[in-house]
Write a protein that binds this ligand. Sequence first.
Ligand SMILES: O=C(O)CCC(=O)C(=O)O
Ligand SMILES: [Fe+2]
Length: 333
Amino acid sequence: MTCWLDAQSLQLPIIDISPLAGRQGDCTTVVKQLEQACRETGFFYIVGHGIDEKLQQRLEDLSRQFFAQDLATKMQIRMALAGRAWRGYFPVGGELTSGKPDRKEGVYFGSELDADDPRVKANLLLHGKNLFPPLPDFGETVLEYLSVMTGLGHTIMEGIALSLELESSYFYDRYTANPLILFRIFNYPPDEDPHSESWGVGEHTDYGLLTILKQDDSGGLQVKTGGGWISAPPVANSFVCNIGDMLDRLTGGFYRSTPHRVRNPSPSDRLSFPFFFDPNFDAQIQPIPTRQIIQDDLYERWDKASVHQLQGTYGDYILSKVAKVFPDLRQTI
Ligand SMILES: O=C(O)CCC(=O)C(=O)O
Ligand SMILES: [Fe+2]
């Protein structure tokens, strides 16, 4: 079942980033489109990104193979086994959004760090080795994907810097030389009850700078706009990008982190692959000096928390969020 929309009926922009990704040609149009998208919805599609389709297909095939296994087999790489690195598998209902269990299962991955890495030696949470499913090529495929997507994250952040009239390396120089990379593979089972109250993932914003999402052709991602909820359906060979809380904080709310949620509308499993490109763990995120706080939206936000009044590092911020979505892991924090 593939139902590609024509660009007319799509309510979110599609941006061809090839001039940015290829580091050639004139980037003026791309930069303008990024600014408009970040101002209007904080959600946009990118094409011309250069991420190999065969690699993406391999990742999707392996992921389907993993989720098709029985629960006991999947639990062999359960998150509890990764301790402080916060990696591995969680079953349906194992993750909460705003205190409610999500209708999804998934696997968490991150940058692969050995025991002698200073961050692992320092016992930093979210840092360490991955728990890969023991399927041939799984680990290699995920690590290759993380590597190319990290490059893409830097590229898009350069475009976003230019869109804010900053030098292209603004974010790299201050916040993303060692980005915190979190990567998740989710499987949303079909929802047999059309009236069910439960969401695949409930309304939330993402915590970091930028999320780059690969989704299969099921649909079901929804984005909150001034005019209500709209769909972000699958578009061939694109990624959906959205702004996270740290870019909202940096820009004083000029670019807002946009709430979104998911419900699988299809009769089969929905797979998605969100890649989170986040600031260095130890970075103190300071507003860009040329930006004023437009208006703190804490009372309208899903979590009633202000991104503009944060104290501490990005690591402190994300750990406070992790403790809420995985209460069982709280004791490791
Ligand atoms: O599955 C999706 O399409 C989105 C997932 C998401 O919003 C998240 O993991 O933050
Ligand atoms: Fe999200």
